[in-house]
Ligand binder design. Structure first.
Ligand code: SF4
Length: 349
């Protein structure tokens, strides 16, 4: 299978399943969109999709990109000029349905612009928006989704474009399962899995867990989105549970002491800030946050990495050994950087 990069995030093969979500703000409402992107990233979304409904949305990408660092996907239907504007403004991936853009010249222009900037395209096939000929020939079936994907893949491949991700979504759980099984045995591209219009928090969670859990157990799916009629951060919680259930996600364990009279800093406030960031790291590390320098490193010598507090600074330790001190104002940034470096090192072992 081809590995496709969304900026520096690899999708496909044995790479970890990538968590995605989508904002439900008007993209042209830049501050609301940025706020929601930040909430999604804090919750654990690694890629965020934005609806690009008109030129004002496409223009807004420029400002949004300046203020967030997570890779962004533009969701575009029908108008190729929106795709071109999104590319010009620095979008990291396009989700489109080439069948919606009929003119060959227009498709070519979009695909060549993506190629030049190394922007991948997700061909997003939706059971509800199949073209008339395919629907008449195959009806509402998994085969119809596959044929539609085939048609679109061909359009891109003829233009020598191969940074393709495919999604085949339907509201019917059996059709979604069958289509994705067929796709994984027929296509050489990564699959984005999801169930479309899955429903409310309760019904959508149950339906998505069944379908996506089944696919992941069969090793099908390289990137995932759960769609719920709810605040999108809820989607991330459900995704993580599905990934954990199927053995695809392991987050660090946080060890912390209860604090005592030796504690000289506001550890509770710090741990409340660090916990959501650390929990988002998809690696089974032991991370310690301890109350004092005297006993902290020793009491947490099992931890792969940890900090222990002193006045106006903390010490950083690895397996009980003190490595360095970090000034109070840099604790969060430096500690998160050190944890990430350790994960990168362990991934390379
Ligand atoms: S690590 Fe230090 S602050 Fe925490 S409980 Fe032990 S002695 Fe107290």
């Amino acid at each position: 299978m081809k590995t496709v990069y969304v900026r520096d995030i690899p999708i496909g093969n044995n790479h970890p399943i990538v968590i995605q979500s989508m904002t439900n703000t008007k993209t042209k409402d830049i501050s609301a969109t940025i706020q929601q992107i930040n909430e999604l990233v804090t919750a654990g979304s690694q890629i965020v999709r934005l609806a690009i409904a008109d030129m004002e949305d496409a223009e807004s990408i420029k400002e949004i990109k300046k203020q967030v660092s997570v890779p962004l996907v533009a969701d575009i239907h029908f108008d190729y000029r929106l795709a071109l504007k999104a590319i010009e403004n620095g979008i990291d991936k396009l989700r489109l349905n080439p069948g919606n853009i009929k003119d060959k010249k227009q498709i070519t222009e979009v695909v060549l612009a993506c190629k030049e900037k190394k922007i991948p395209i997700r061909i997003g096939i939706n059971g509800g928006s199949l073209n008339k000929e395919i629907y008449e020939k195959y009806g509402h079936t998994a085969q119809a989704l596959i044929e539609s994907a085939n048609e679109h893949i061909k359009i891109l491949e003829e233009l020598d474009f191969h940074d393709i991700i495919i999604s085949l979504k339907d509201t019917d759980i059996d059709i979604t399962l069958e289509a994705n099984r067929l796709a994984s045995s027929s296509f050489n591209y990564p699959l984005h899995i999801g169930l479309t219009e899955a429903g409310t928090i309760c019904s959508g969670t149950v339906r998505s867990s069944y379908v996506l859990g089944t696919l992941l157990k069969e090793k099908i799916g390289n990137t995932i989105r759960v769609s719920l009629t709810a605040n999108p951060t809820e989607e991330i919680k459900v995704v993580k549970e599905i990934l954990k259930m199927t053995g695809n996600y392991s987050s660090p364990t946080i060890i912390s002491c209860p604090t005592c009279g030796r504690t000289d800093y506001n550890m509770l406030e710090l741990i409340n800030k660090l916990e959501p960031m650390i929990s988002n790291l998809n690696y089974p590390l032991k991370v310690a946050i301890m109350g004092c320098v005297v006993n902290g490193p020793g009491e947490a010598k099992d931890a792969d990495i940890g900090i222990a507090g002193g006045k106006n600074q903390v010490i950083l330790f690895k397996k009980g050994q003190i490595v360095k001190t970090i000034k109070e104002e840099n604790i969060i940034n430096e500690f998160m950087k050190e944890i990430q470096t350790l994960i990168d090192e362990k991934n390379q072992e």
